[in-house]
Design a protein around this ligand. Structure first.
Ligand code: NAP
Length: 243
């Protein structure tokens, strides 16, 4: 049985990824930071479906907490075969000169260093097994830059650079590292957008709608499955054809 760790797995895109992997027969380690209740509810749903699932609390920005979490997951499931670095935060849209230093650090601490902490903690076991798949959730703003999203865009661009470099470093160890770059996806992260904002955005989307968390989960699964064994260092946009 294979195990997946999904960071920020209790809600939004992470939750859809957890459901997909459970459906495909994986044991599922659900990381959460603040959403304990939602994590527990998801775990119970997955158990009811006959999957094996457990929840693990850690702030991904805290390297010691991440190491402890990975130890606990190894104790529970015997190892991690797939890491999905999904946990992330965004700032409210605004001009760059208004962004505080504290907010800049907060975004990089979670979206970049958090992702690096989790990756660092799972690499040794993957190298020992000479196999593993790491899938990082970036954003189309990391690919093309989003106006009034300079900090988030640069953090998500860093995720792409990290992915491409690490894919080269870990390829000889049989580990693939890829990115999924979602467009606008219907989750709490976009809860502040008005109906009009969303309609305006959709005019630039050839498929004419916002994405669903399941759309992203399917792309993650694609990259985690055996069919993607020869794909590494790539960015898969899930954006309805926008870019
Ligand atoms: P969301 O609904 O706001 O959920 C964010 C998730 O990240 C939550 O599960 C949250 O966990 C977790 N998280 C945040 N800070 C964390 C930390 N310090 N440690 C551990 N977990 C933390 O967002 P989403 O839309 O599902 O986004 C998921 C990923 O997709 C993010 O990386 C986001 O940047 C990316 N993305 C989203 C969109 C979009 O339009 N929604 C587009 C492109 C990319 P807790 O609730 O437990 O704190």
């Amino acid at each position: 049985m294979k195990t997946v760790l999904i960071t920020g797995g209790a809600r939004g895109i992470g939750r859809a990824i957890a459901e997909k992997f459970a459906d495909m027969g994986f044991d599922v380690a659900i990381n959460y930071n603040t959403s304990k209740k939602q994590a527990e509810m998801l775990k119970n749903e997955l158990l009811k479906k006959g999957a094996k699932a457990e929840i693990f609390c850690a702030d991904v920005a805290d390297a010691d907490a991440v190491s402890k979490m990975v130890e606990d997951i190894n104790g529970t499931f015997g190892g991690i075969d797939v890491l999905v670095n999904n946990a992330g935060i965004a700032l409210p849209q605004g001009v760059f000169t208004d962004v505080t230093e504290c907010d800049m650090k907060k975004v990089f601490d979670v979206d970049v260093f958090g992702l690096m902490n989790c990756t660092k903690a799972v690499i040794p076991q993957m190298v020992r097994k000479k196999s593993g798949k790491i899938i990082n959730i970036s954003s189309i703003w990391g690919v093309c830059g989003g106006s009034c999203e300079a900090v988030y865009s640069s953090a998500k661009a860093a995720v792409i650079g990290f992915t491409k470099a690490l894919a080269k470093e870990l390829g000889p160890s049989g580990i693939t590292v890829n990115c999924v770059a979602p467009g606008l996806i219907d989750t709490d992260m976009n809860g502040h957008l008005s109906k009009e904002d969303i309609e305006d955005f959709c005019e630039a989307v050839p498929l004419g709608r916002v994405g669903k968390p399941d759309d992203v989960a399917e792309a993650v699964w694609l990259l985690a499955s055996g069919g993607a064994d020869y794909i590494t260092g790539q960015v898969l946009n899930v954006d309805g054809g926008m870019l």
